[in-house]
Design a protein around this ligand. Sequence first.
Ligand SMILES: Cc1ncc(COP(=O)(O)O)c(C=O)c1O
Length: 376
Amino acid sequence: MVDFQKLPSPCFVLDETLLDANLAKIDSVRAATGAEIIVALKACAMWRIFPELARHSDGATASSAAEARLVFEEYGRPAHTYAPVYTDRDIGEILRCSDHITFNSVAQFERFGPMALLRGISCGLRINPQYSPVETDLYNPCVPGSRLGIAAGELRELPAGVEGLHFHVLCESRPHHLHLALEAVERHFGRFLDRIAWLNMGGGHLMTHADYDCDELIRILRGFKARHPRLRLILEPGSAFTWRTGFLVSTVEDIVENGGIRTAMLDVSFACHMPDCLEMPYKPAIVGAHEPAAGEMRWRMGGNSCLAGDYAGDWAFDRSLRVGDRIVFEDMIHYTMVKTTMFNGVAHPAIAIAQRDGRVEIVREFGYEDFRDRMS
Ligand SMILES: Cc1ncc(COP(=O)(O)O)c(C=O)c1O
């Protein structure tokens, strides 16, 4: 277990032994199915761990020119790239750094596909299979009128040069959701499946979650492969790689009380450092805290930005909190570091790695210059 007292505060810390366990599970699915599993960078672009990720994946997927360059330079191989829209300004860099490019519309393929084909890049189209198990509209790419992916009725023929299809409809999902998604793909786009070389099944396969049945996933992928033997199958999960692999360490700096509500004022911000807690919203787990029972003392956690809504609650602890106590939020690696902001100029958490041998490496600290240099 990481010694949180020894870390600077605030600090994101990734635990290598937790990452190892996730990578072993992902490797077992790769080995059992022959499917290519690539890392979606949007979930965690912590490039210090790319050499490790590269040993346990088949590449990485990028959603912008900057991510494609990070994959090319730090992952050490060209990216699979999909972005909802490409521009004249970014396409050059994307072509330089990618060997697979997926287009969100036929018009985008017609505009940029010829340049990609000239360079020998494999081109695909994102399709919308009109099925998604995701209940929150913010994360559901198949809501009516969605701008993501081509609906079946809009794709009468495959344009010449397209050799792949891509769908992304899952989010923290289970294997039977993939099964339903594949049924929808076969129903709406089945006529194309034996004329393409690869099918990218997007992300959202949370195979490192304790309740996820990897054997069922393996059966589903093998069954699909048996029906479409010529297809290369690609999965591009993000969360699954760094799910529950680390923490955000913070400190109680003050305790305020108003109308019977007790708030521990922290040196981190939900708005700046854990935005998903407010956006989704969800309540993160805190090491050593529990759901308050009736009558138990409740603590709200207050962020250090001026945003009135920068708080989350309520938690109970076995002790009364005091200034100087460490508050450690769990599962703060995927979709956290990549989404932080320096709103209010609040101090940005350092980034650390807890190594297998028990040592801690502080990989990066942030200061005034980082805030200043994002502004003009
Ligand atoms: C196109 C695409 N691929 C992959 C992913 C990764 O999904 P996850 O991190 O849920 O596995 C996302 C997430 O939004 C996505 O939009």
